[in-house]
Ligand binder design. Sequence first.
Ligand SMILES: Cc1ncc(C[n+]2csc(CCOP(=O)(O)OP(=O)(O)O)c2C)c(N)n1
Length: 640
Amino acid sequence: MLEQIKSPKDVRALPAQALDALAQAVRDEIIEVCAHNGGHLGASLGTVELCIALHRVFESPNDALVFDVGHQAYAHKLFTGRRDLFQGLRQADGASGFLNREESEHDHFGAGHASTSISAALGILEGNRLTGHDGRAVAVIGDGAMTGGLAFEALFNAGNLDSGLIVVLNDNDMSIAPNVGAMSSWLSRKLTIGDTYLGVKEGIKGVLSNIPQGDRIKSLLKHTMESTKAMLTPGILFEGLGFAYLGPVDGHDIAAMEEIFHRVRQLDEPVLIHVMTTKGKGYAPAERDRLCMHGVSAFKRDENGDPVNAPSKTGLPKYQDVFAKALISEAERDPRIVAITAAMPDGTSLGKFGQVFPDRFYDVGIAEGHGVTFAAGLAAAGARPVCGIYSTFLQRAIDSIIHDVALQRLPVTFAMDRAGLVGADGATHQGVFDITYLRMIPNMICMAPSDENELGGALATALSQPGPTAFRFPRGTGTGVAIDSNPSPWPLGKARWLKASDDATISILALGPMVAQAEIAAEQLAAQGVAVNVLDMRFIKPLDEEAILDLASVTDMAFITLEEGVLAGGFGAAVLELLNAHQMRSPVIRLGLPDRFIEHGSVAEQYAAEGLDAQGIIKAARKLIPADHKRQRRNDEISH
Ligand SMILES: Cc1ncc(C[n+]2csc(CCOP(=O)(O)OP(=O)(O)O)c2C)c(N)n1
């Protein structure tokens, strides 16, 4: 059936009785592709009927459908001419796991980070008004993404502009993990209070029908009951912000949604439609385990849906688990330590900390900026907060880090998970900017542990400092080294020498997991008769200036800097700045990421493409070998 669907027009042309079969075909395709490639299974299974109804009423691309995060929009991809691309979902040259303006004219707005859809849709609507374009704009936002403050800033603005913005609140009672916060409790009132309301109404009707003048009192009460209802449903919140509220509507009932969408399409005021969906709908393992099946790696398509390559089978620990365990040990020794996550208790493993220390654990929702300023407040009151936030999502909180933490020298620690290249999630999720955005901030100490044992050392160092600290660690598993259960703080701003040779004319200054690549390269270079020094720098800031300047004073010494982050303003740039400040002219080759976004693919492919693997390092080293240089020059002269 999907073969007939080349564009949203084809979805609109289908008779109503064909829509269940379409929904089934879409689900089959999503499950099949996710079982093979991994992906955001649960969220996208939950929105199949919603996407059908939206595309049947709104005319994309004239009307803009803006999906928040974009991880729930696989059906939208299938309806917009991307079925072939979808087979390679999240793989190099396949479809992005999120929406992407470069992928389709139907993706009016790209995303990956949460809570942007209402702002973007409002902007598109206003832009349309200014340019005389008649397209409508619909923001589709989950109850999790609605916990982000940005969503509320946009609601305030939309209500104020009195625009015809349409917001569809896709409420599946889940974020990645169970949703948290007052907003979530507020939305869940609809069922319990709706039931109470109906019960009270029926009871009063029964009593009044037995008394004289009951009808008159009944009509008076009707009015009162309607206002009471408004106060008791979630609608009052949105109505207070200037939105007409419709719902809750069954998000798997295409006809009901189509009817409402047709009605609101005619309106000229802000409307919020509250749609109820089931995350993972239609695949039993995904409905059963909404948490694990939110985002999956390749799995077996059977009644259990077990992963094909479970990390537990490799025996190597995940970095996130090592971090949570180390933090629990530190917290057992220091009662001031508290942990903060922004809606990622499982992704960061900090939920485990919460099980041991429920009173010292905070899940603030998708609210990184708030989480950081909240941590600053905790620190101002004497606590030692540790914010476990993915590198990419901490971007949301830069001003909070500068203004609320660093400027006030507060001892908040940022444990940045998923730092470096993340692979299949692609450009929106690469953790490649944190070195640059933290290195520029005064008072900040910034570290990069090179393996899972070093991670404990970085945490101990961070917690021993009187001011702000940060350390970055990658996605995935460690190397299997023994882990010290009681690590000591590192000497501040000192690198760790891993290979030193009197004959070396090249020093590799490596950071984080790049250290392992440097060691492999150093061994291969040694086999080719080229001696190099290898330093695990540990600190981006303060830099081990003494070690670098000493090396730079050795005749003919050249450097290779290695970082899994953007070169612009990065660690290598810090080395160049240091050498420049001391008028040292050592040759430096900086290996890191170029000035462009890195799209989805496997991490190994991304490493190789950017020259960040051992082969890339060897190639760089060869350029720095004086003998090779001379030979190259001679060859050039002969060929001239
Ligand atoms: C700024 C930011 N923080 C964290 C995340 C990680 N994240 C991705 S989806 C998600 C939950 C979204 O929940 P909801 O909006 O309810 O959508 P659902 O998956 O339930 O459909 C989170 C926390 C993110 N994408 N962006």
